[in-house]
Design a protein around this ligand. Structure first.
Ligand SMILES: [Zn+2]
Length: 273
């Protein structure tokens, strides 16, 4: 029987934290949202799904992962016409997450990974990762969990659009906590799809664009959840978890080299950006 090594960051005591730092696991920061997810999914969808993937990866990774408590809010003003949505200004979100990653780096963890579950946080977590690298001695990257599951999902999907409260997210929620999905409330989105722009073209479209959702939908769905099943959710979950463990293995092995300075004269190293 293998003994499970604690993988939840804040379940450790501070003396145990010293042991964890010596082991150098990859520290995961899940980022989600508190945001309308159509008539059938709870507002915690992005946070719940990404945290579930991270925790299961941590459970299986034998001490090579520590999972921070998730950031449950994100950039969401475009959903504000739907009751309950919480919006965080992008500058605030970046500053907050950066304080978390810098704290983790301060303690001596060398490898950090933001794992994102909310599309609109995508550009922001990219910047948090880059700013962490530039400000600390640690390496920090960002990955969206859906990208790790897309190949597996493509093999079982029946609908063309992956965006929001769609076949993918609904399948995953049905698999993980089906009792919380209001199945009778599922409706397909009246998505606006162009060649270069869609009503939620934050990925896979040349033009980055996200309109106020109150302008084009009354249900708050983009995609079609009616094709969702728990079995598809299991496929997505397993692909995301195993993909994340593979990412962590590569990230742990990634070298942190000494910087080489090619100046031939003095530099003004006292400048602070
Ligand atoms: Zn979502």
């Amino acid at each position: 029987m293998t003994v499970e090594i604690e993988y939840r960051y804040n379940h450790l005591t501070w003396p145990e934290m010293n042991e964890a730092i010596a082991r150098q696991p990859v520290v995961l920061l899940p980022t989600g949202s508190t945001e309308q997810h159509s008539r059938h999914l709870p507002l915690d969808t992005d946070t719940f799904l990404v945290e579930s993937v991270c925790l299961e990866a941590g459970r299986r990774a034998g001490g090579r992962i520590l999972v921070l408590p998730p950031v449950p809010y994100g950039l969401n003003m475009h959903h504000i016409d739907f009751p309950g949505t919480i919006h965080i200004e992008p500058e605030t979100f970046i500053a907050f997450c950066l304080n978390v990653t810098k704290s983790v780096a301060y303690h001596g963890f060398e490898k950090i990974l933001l794992v994102n579950g909310h599309g609109s946080n995508g550009p922001l977590v990219d910047l948090v990762a880059r700013k962490t690298v530039l400000a600390t001695q640690s390496l920090c990257g960002a990955v969206g969990y859906m990208s790790l599951a897309m190949e597996a999902f493509n093999a079982v999907r029946e609908t063309p659009v992956v965006a929001h409260s769609d076949e993918l997210e609904t399948s995953l929620y049905l698999y993980l906590a089906g009792e919380r999905v209001r199945r009778s409330e599922m409706v397909a989105g009246n998505d606006v799809m162009g060649k270069y722009v869609s009503s939620d073209s934050t990925s896979n479209y040349p033009v980055r664009f996200n309109d106020y959702w109150g302008r084009w939908t009354r249900d708050g769905v983009h995609g079609d959840p009616t094709a969702a099943t728990p079995d598809k959710g299991e496929v997505i979950f397993e692909a995301a978890v195993s993909g994340l463990i593979e990412v962590v293995e590569e990230w742990r092995a990634w070298p942190i080299e000494e910087r080489s300075d090619q100046h031939t004269g003095p530099v003004q190293s006292q400048i602070r950006w």
